[in-house]
Ligand binder design. Structure first.
Ligand code: NAP
Length: 284
């Protein structure tokens, strides 16, 4: 029987730290922190994420600037807005909610955001910094996972770490962060052979596949730390992870639930990145 990692509690602690530092810097240095969130179109899931980000900004004492653009917004118009935000000193962080409508090229848009304000850490400059371990911003979801692992008191150094998934947003940066902590890291993907055997060797197993209940208890090593990044909406409307919780929790020492595990961490780490951006821009 495993211990459940409470992502809500850990994320609340991160937000509390950010709120306290924000209040202190406002008081002592007159620093104000602002995050611009840009959404294009009416994707209902994106709207929920944007609203949650706005609420989190309010909770930690940031100003939030929302730009809700019509589905028909052209790439040129979006790039013009990003230029304005890049030059606006009230805006310390810029987040463009993905996915964007098909007629807009995501790469071009991400590359247009000033690297200093790229609080999602998707800009190639920030991705490069992650590779060499000199990061200004940690990518939010992998950084949240690291904080959850830390909350269990588990030492990463020398451990067998397996990451399933190699996306630019989760899998790849996740593997890098574990490597920087001296884990021995294996990255698995859809072409990986013997996935079960590889997983059974994992002391720390991070799953970011996007398939409900993909990892089952028979793939989990006794005593492993299991982190489920997956967020899958089932036909009955319920949210479900990539790990079959009931069977995996019988083997794991620690495991994240879905919901209430990695999900809340992503926004908390976004708040942390925005404060970091504001401090850097103010030379603090
Ligand atoms: P993605 O871009 O679709 O990547 C999925 C990865 O899983 C790919 O690398 C893919 O391999 C791999 N994969 C697919 N089938 C596989 C198989 N049978 N065996 C082994 N690997 C397989 O997804 P993502 O953006 O990384 O997101 C992954 C999940 O995390 C999704 O459920 C997403 O909703 C969730 N997510 C959650 C948060 C959060 O805040 N909690 C944030 C981001 C994402 P190939 O590269 O070979 O295709």
């Amino acid at each position: 029987m495993s211990q459940i990692i409470d992502g809500k509690a850990v994320s609340a602690a991160v937000k509390q730290e950010v709120a306290e530092e924000t209040a202190r810097l406002r008081e002592e240095k007159g620093l104000k922190v602002g995050l611009a969130v840009v959404i294009v179109g009416n994707n209902p899931a994106s709207r929920v994420y944007v609203n949650n980000k706005k609420k989190a900004c309010e909770a930690v004492g940031f100003q939030s600037f929302e730009y809700a653009l019509d589905e028909t917004t052209t790439q040129e118009q979006l790039l013009d807005l990003i230029k304005v935000l890049n030059n606006d000193p009230k805006v310390n962080g810029i987040l463009v909610q993905l996915p964007l409508p098909k007629h807009i090229d995501e790469k071009t848009v991400i590359n247009a955001i000033s690297a200093e304000k790229d609080v999602d850490a998707f800009h190639p400059v920030n991705v490069g910094k992650i590779m060499i371990g000199e990061y200004a911003f940690l990518p939010c979801t992998p950084a949240g996972v690291m904080r959850l692992i830390e909350s269990t008191g588990t030492e990463i150094s020398g451990k067998q770490c397996v990451v399933i998934g190699r996306s630019n947003i989760v899998g790849k940066p996740m593997a890098m962060l574990l490597l920087h902590e001296s884990g021995t890291v294996t990255i698995c993907h859809s072409r990986t052979k013997n996935l079960k055997e590889i997983c059974l060797g994992a002391d720390i197993l991070v799953v970011a596949v996007g398939k409900a209940n993909f990892v089952t208890g028979d793939m989990v090593k006794e005593g492993a730390v299991v982190i489920d990044v997956g967020m899958n909406r089932l036909d009955n409307g319920k949210l479900c992870g990539d790990v079959e919780f009931e069977s995996a929790e019988k083997k794991a020492s620690y495991i994240t639930p879905v919901p209430g595990g990695v999900g809340p961490m992503t926004i908390a780490m976004l708040m942390k990145n925005t404060l970091t951006a504001a401090k850097q821009q103010a030379g603090l």
